[in-house]
Design a protein around this ligand. Sequence first.
Ligand SMILES: [Zn+2]
Ligand SMILES: [Zn+2]
Length: 410
Amino acid sequence: METLVKRDYYDVLGIDRNADDSAIKQAYRRLAIKYHPDRNPGDKQAVERMKELNEAYAVLSDPQKRQRYDAYGHSGLQGYTAEDIFGGVDFGSIFREFGLRNIFSDFGFGFGSGRSIFDDFFGSSATRVKELESRKGVDLECELEIELEEAFSGTEKKINLPRTEVCPSCRGTGAARGGISTCKDCGGTGQIVREQRSGYSVFRQITTCRRCRGEGRMITTPCHKCQGKGTIEIERDITVQIPKGADTGHVIKVKGEGGAGSGRGEAGDLYIKLRIKEHPIFERRKSDIYVKKEITVIQALLGGKVYGVPGLEGDIVIQIPEGTEDGTIIKVPGQGMPKFEDERGDEHVVIKVTLPKNLNQEERALLYQFGRLRMLNLDPLYLCQPCPGFPELPSPDKANNQDKKKEKQK
Ligand SMILES: [Zn+2]
Ligand SMILES: [Zn+2]
């Protein structure tokens, strides 16, 4: 991997910042002879040094580029292409002086043959550095809705996830090979500097170049694969394991299913946020579930077994005490959602007492009798007509007398 930290050009050439043109040239010659590939056959480090030297010399020997470098450092040259930097330097004549081959022709290419080749050789332009940088891909997040039953038993779910990946063809630059050129408006700096004089003061206003949006470069030929976007959309099926007892808000991490990494960076991760769908019968509260069960007033009065209570694994039977009030909650331990290994929450049955409607005469008579037994002062109008075959009931007057007798006894 190439070093991402660039050395200071003056350090590279071993000169001080006030060095004049001839001192720069002298320093370059001295070091170029030392590290020229001809003098160091097979030495990769020498090649690297040579690249560094060429770049430093190309910048510092050009008054305009040197000024930019002095003012802004390496970032001041970020918008320059390799052609911009090396195009104006006659390396050939320098090397001829020493009887050495011009290393550019040595590598089989000349100026103007496309910046990609320069990048490969110099490994120094801004995009090159960007591409080499290894970054982890972005983490993705999505939401997955599952049924309560699925959360109860645990399951495997397949999700189809569209995701954006860095275009493999242009590695995210959005440009076809050699399809990037320096912005003409800002000369590759990405900034527009305006000077305004007002009396004795000069205002310097620096704005981002609108044409290239501060990039310093423009895409002249967009990448055919991504149409210049730099990213492509792909779809893939991902299998997710839903653990038993999963609940709304739980997050499942799927390693390596996020966005693709750049360079040698690993892919990001996918975070799946679960949401349990509302169930028509059960209401979940953490590992407990709540269910409503309607019983008749007779069941409520008598108590006993109540059949057909919905449970997560089919209907269950519960026991209610005599005189169960409406709204009573009967707890059924261990019938809730899974908690830990082999452990479950509870089921809570909320009793709803219903009253029978549209009573027939026989039912009315029985209830009336029940009322009399309970010494209730009932309106005889509740009992319309005696039912055929039904024992005669005591008259309301008699019942009233009985009530009075009881009061007297007290
Ligand atoms: Zn592309
Ligand atoms: Zn521009």
